[in-house]
Write a protein that binds this ligand. Structure first.
Ligand code: SF4
Ligand code: SF4
Length: 451
């Protein structure tokens, strides 16, 4: 094990007020099980899980309640024992809706009986380890929610030689991953060893921003005895260092091609929370039924890093953090840069709920339709070498084809351009609109070809 500086500085990037001091020193606290858990069947990218229980059923913690709904899908398990009270469409934090299973806890928090730990995991084959990850219902916990078992199964011919563990947590305010590295470093390291065995890759880089010296020290301590090619890479604190392509460039100096995937340069990136979930699934045999969410913002009375069951309502999370001490003008699920604005506290936590953020009125930026003043700040800030000003104007003129030619699909929706824009133009919304339009058109064309 060694320590490495970042190889390269990522293009663009910004330095917003990080405000991590609100929770960075706060140890993870386990929240008691609330009086109702609303467990969404869409906690991941891809097809929703198919409900496997009926109203009135009694369930145990860890019992399968949602089966894979397709190849790109993830299983869902009961987060506690109790009774299924309802199965109905419910709002999701991303602004849509999905089928959810309401569980009324019975207070026993009884685990399902067929839990099989594998302390002997080193003797298992990669395929078996992947099936354990799949069974446990793990999706990328950094926010993207891509099914982990699919990510760990590259297609034939693709070789992964480097595993990057993403401990950057570059989004302002969020500290859940930071606390996991400080408090669960050894288990995260064992999760890394499991992934290393699955992929058969020799090289491991744990990438952490330099504003988390205690996390760096904790990871270095547990990796000290490793005789393989492993290192903690110290990244400069800058948003968006945690984005996959940017992290690969910073840590390895390799550029993922436009439209390509990390595996195209032999890399795979896993978030620290996901890595811990892999440890829990394989070594302890536990399905994913809880996660750490940073509940934060200046209006919150007792902000913290809360270990809560999946399906906990945002209202219950806030109540556990003693509510508000001032006016909150905006609520965001996730971080302020890439999170989703909430109109109520009705949504419930999922495998991707990294944060719940409350912003004061003076912290909320309103967008305008003022014209671009051609200052170029958005271009300088864009980590993907895009031209947000031009793209935005094309999209306003509904010229989606031109936006596609200018690689709008490469936009990672990081929000750096909008953060810098003095005209407060809704640049990210424009990029999202164009990307959605292009994808819808591609789906239509595919359907036409089939018929
Ligand atoms: S949101 Fe898209 S266009 Fe804007 S800075 Fe990020 S990658 Fe560039
Ligand atoms: S930052 Fe805003 S005003 Fe400046 S060039 Fe970009 S879109 Fe135009």
């Amino acid at each position: 094990m060694k320590r490495e500086p970042a190889k390269f500085k990522v293009n663009g990037g910004i330095h917003p007020a990080y405000n991590k001091q609100l929770t960075a020193e706060k140890a993870i606290i386990e929240m008691p099980v609330p009086s109702l858990l609303r467990v969404s069947m869409l906690q991941h990218l891809g097809a929703p899980a198919k409900v496997e229980v009926a109203k009135g059923d009694t369930v145990s913690r860890g019992q399968l309640i949602g089966e894979h709904g397709g190849f790109i899908s993830v299983r869902v398990h009961a987060p506690t024992s109790g009774t299924v009270k309802a199965i109905a469409e419910a709002p999701t934090a991303t602004g849509g809706s999905a089928i959810a299973v309401d569980i009324e806890p019975d207070g026993e928090d009884r685990w399902v009986e067929d839990i099989t730990p594998h302390p002997d995991w080193e003797s298992l084959e990669g395929k078996k380890l992947i099936s354990l990850v799949s069974d446990a219902g793990i999706a990328g916990m950094g926010g993207a929610g891509f099914p982990t078992h699919v990510k760990l199964s590259p297609p034939p011919g693709k070789v992964i030689d480097t595993l990057i563990i993403n401990g950057a947590e570059c989004e302002p305010y969020l500290t859940a991953d930071h606390r996991l590295m400080v408090e669960r470093a050894e288990d995260i390291w064992n999760g890394i060893r499991i992934i290393r065995k699955i992929l058969g890759c020799a090289t491991v880089r744990v990438a952490i921003e330099d504003n988390k010296p205690d996390a760096i020290a904790a990871m270095e301590a547990v990796m000290a005895e490793d005789t393989g090619d492993s290192a903690v890479v110290i990244l400069k604190t800058e948003y968006p260092q945690g984005a996959e392509k940017q992290q690969i460039f910073a840590a390895l100096g390799k550029e993922v091609p436009s439209g390509g995937l990390p595996m195209d340069v032999g890399a795979l990136v896993e978030n620290v929370g996901t890595t811990l979930a892999i440890f829990e699934a394989v070594v302890k045999g536990l399905p994913l039924t809880e996660r750490v969410t940073t509940v934060t913002g200046f209006p919150v009375k007792a902000p913290g890093n809360i270990l809560a069951r999946l399906g906990t309502s945002y209202a219950d999370l806030l109540a556990f953090c003693e509510g508000l001490q001032g006016k909150a003008a905006k609520v965001v699920s996730g971080g302020p840069m890439m999170g989703f604005a909430q109109h109520s506290l009705d949504a419930t936590t999922t495998k991707t709920t990294s944060g719940l953020l409350f912003l004061r009125p003076d912290q909320v930026r309103t967008f305008s339709s003022m014209p671009c003043i051609s200052c170029g700040r958005c271009v300088q800030a864009c980590p993907m070498y895009l031209m947000p000003a031009e793209l935005s104007q094309m999209i306003e003129a509904e010229d989606i084809e031109a936006a596609e030619e200018l690689n709008v699909l490469d936009c990672i929706e990081c929000g750096c351009c909008a953060f810098e824009c003095p005209a407060h133009r809704p640049l990210v919304q424009h990029m999202k609109q164009a990307k959605a339009g292009i994808m819808a058109k591609r789906r239509e064309e595919k359907a036409k070809q089939k018929s």
